[in-house]
Design a protein around this ligand. Structure first.
Ligand SMILES: Nc1ncnc2c1ncn2[C@@H]1O[C@H](COP(=O)(O)OP(=O)(O)OP(=O)(O)O)[C@@H](O)[C@H]1O
Length: 602
């Protein structure tokens, strides 16, 4: 029970400091944010801050010096520079927001879909992004001007589309890197829909690079927009920082200050946007929990609803929960061929029965379990056979229907407790979510149930563990958390893939005890994938021995232990460490060798 005594840090909510507080603690970010807020307020309140109309030219005020009725002087047409600066900021900020919005919406959404789902959309959108990136932005904007006219809004929207390619690439790459994380698989096994997984697990990872990129895009948009207007390609009837630059440049020798103000504003706003983005990213990252590998996750289980699956034509005999017939699994190879790795296995699990699937590494145990749950990785598929569950063939069920079964009726306990929990969320949050989806519980009800489940799986500080992040618990405790999640919806079948392999030996026995007692309490069937005959002896009623994609021998655990016949089973038994095949104690070269029988077994 060593894992149960693990003491959590006194302050498990160390990452609790609010986003605002963290932002305020970064002086550069704070100053930049205040500056941006002032600029935005000044733009909004421009009519209150100056009585001058930015477009009205007064001949007497041409190139007027600062002071003299004009805070920052007059420009070459006698318009008030301060008023133009204020009203110009409206245009620059809105233009940047438009370009940013277009880039993030188009690039972000397509990147998410391409990165998460891949397939034809990925091919298509990656090609489009490559084309967009290859286009010279300024030339496209100049060409677009002949079609859409001088409208700066159109120019910014087109610029946003061009920039969306960089957002697309960034998001796609980030999503791809997180899509195969075990905690994402675990969420899938828990029965969460793709949309929920994207919103809960994937977006969290993507938001940091997007924020940084957003600061960059907004800055570039302001600079490009000013550049177009500086070249005289904008709408000269509205005050903008770019047109002020143009005017200032033309009068640089007569009134050098004219070019200073818009340049200063452009530089400071761009700098502030970048610094605020950096600061916001840092604050978000530090409030969203430490990210480091964690442990397994749990799916949830079956409906407590005994009436579940009204199609009560269970496979044949009443007690049979799962019947696998001739299951064949394969992977598509790069040369177009298919590599078959499971060659037509039969398997049956009855209610309340523990069936062990044992074999050496690479024999196909895990792939068989994944195929049963229809969770094969990309490229993998069921080539033939049936997976009968309550009268349905899971092999032919749609993903939508599988989502209802996985986590609710069939739950999964994975092998590595430290990689199946999302490091960004507390343990409680990860337990609560599937229960809300499958059992329709309110947040408070799901919370109460989660704490009860944590207590039930032997965690003696359930409230604290509920609030803890995955990195704050031990591997054994993480495995208990995953088991708690797996049984949270009272599944009828639990698929456990080497649930103790990654754990310390002292913890392994506790976890096996736990599985046994839960199986008794819930009368679940368990399909236990293992390579360890000790685990089989401890837990299983029946066992199937798997080798190179085939089941070579099966029977009751007792029969297999006592009367196994297949040479491969014998080979597996021979590999078990016994006093006879342990190494003899060291003897100096001149001492006689001790026969095996003398080896102490104490
Ligand atoms: N993505 C894949 N593409 C092609 N072959 C694969 C892929 N994943 C697994 N395999 C093959 O499937 C076979 C069975 O793998 P599986 O993971 O089921 O083994 P296992 O018996 O569970 O072993 P272990 O206990 O080491 O996980 C292996 O030969 C492996 O090479």
């Amino acid at each position: 029970m060593s894992d149960l005594t693990t003491t959590l840090p006194a302050d498990t909510r160390s990452a609790d400091a609010s986003l605002a507080k963290r932002l305020l603690r970064d002086p550069l970010g704070l100053v930049s944010l205040v500056f941006l807020v002032v600029v935005v307020l000044a733009a909004v309140l421009a009519p209150l801050l100056t009585q001058h109309d930015p477009t009205v030219a007064v001949l007497g005020d041409v190139l007027a010096d600062p002071g003299d009725g004009h805070l920052l002087g007059g420009d070459s047409a006698g318009r008030d520079v301060f008023a133009r600066l204020l009203y110009g900021s409206r245009f620059s900020l809105l233009g940047a927001a438009l370009a940013l919005g277009v880039a993030v919406v188009i690039g972000g959404l397509s990147g998410l879909v391409a990165g998460y789902f891949g397939r034809w959309f990925d091919t298509l959108s990656s090609g489009a992004a490559a084309v967009l990136m290859a286009l010279p932005g300024m030339v496209v904007l100049l060409a677009a001007r002949s079609v859409v006219g001088t409208s700066a809004w159109w120019a910014m929207a087109i610029f946003g589309i061009l920039l969306s390619a960089s957002v697309f690439r960034l998001v796609r790459q980030t999503v791809q890197s997180v899509r195969n994380e075990l905690y994402v698989d675990a969420a899938r096994v828990a029965g969460l829909s793709d949309l929920r997984i994207i919103f809960r697990h994937v977006l969290r990872v993507v938001r940091a690079p997007i924020i940084i990129q957003a600061g960059f895009i907004a800055s570039v948009a302001i600079a490009i927009q000013a550049g177009l207007e500086f070249l005289g390609l904008g709408d000269m009837s509205i005050p903008t920082w770019g047109s002020m630059l143009n005017d200032g440049f033309a009068r640089i020798y007569q009134q050098p200050l004219l070019i200073l103000w818009p340049s200063l504003m452009i530089a400071l706003v761009c700098l502030a946007l970048t610094l605020v983005a950096n600061s916001l990213r840092d604050a978000l990252e530090s409030t969203s929990s430490p990210r480091r590998a964690v442990a397994p996750t749990s799916p949830d289980g079956a409906s407590g609803d005994a009436t579940a699956s009204a199609t009560n034509h269970a496979a044949d005999d009443a007690g049979t929960l799962l019947r696998v017939e001739g299951l064949r699994v394969g992977y598509a190879m790069p040369d177009g061929s298919t590599k078959e790795i499971v060659h037509g296995i039969d398997l049956e699990v009855r209610r309340g029965e523990v069936v062990g699937l044992i074999g050496e590494s690479g024999s196909g145990k895990t792939q068989s379990a994944f195929a049963i749950m229809k969770l094969l990785p990309e490229g993998g598929g069921i080539l033939g056979g049936r997976v009968l569950w309550k009268g349905h063939d899971l092999a032919r069920l749609s993903e939508r229907d599988m989502t209802r079964i996985r986590g609710k009726e069939i739950a999964y306990v994975p092998q590595e407790p430290m990689s199946n929990l999302d490091p960004s969320f507390t343990i409680g949050a990860q337990l609560v979510e599937p229960m809300r989806v499958h059992l329709g519980l309110s947040r408070a009800q799901a919370r109460t149930r989660a704490v009860e489940l944590l207590r039930r799986v032997g965690i003696n500080q359930p409230e604290r563990v509920f609030r803890a992040y995955p990195h704050e618990v031990s591997g054994g405790m993480a495995q208990r958390v995953l088991i708690a999640g797996a049984i949270s919806c009272e599944p009828e079948l639990l698929v456990a893939d080497e649930p103790t392999t990654a754990l310390d030996v002292t913890v392994q026995a506790d976890i096996l005890d736990l599985l046994r007692s839960l199986q008794d309490d819930f009368d679940m069937g368990i399909l236990l994938v293992t390579h360890n005959f000790g685990v089989v002896a401890d837990l299983c009623d029946r066992v199937a021995v798997m080798r190179e994609g085939d089941i070579v021998e099966r029977g009751s655990t007792r029969d297999i232990f006592v009367h196994h016949e297949h040479p491969y089973t014998t080979q597996l038994f021979d590999a078990i460490l016994t006093p006879e095949n342990t190494r003899q104690p060291y003897r100096a070269p001149d001492q006689p060798t001790t026969p095996h029988t003398e080896v102490s077994t104490s």
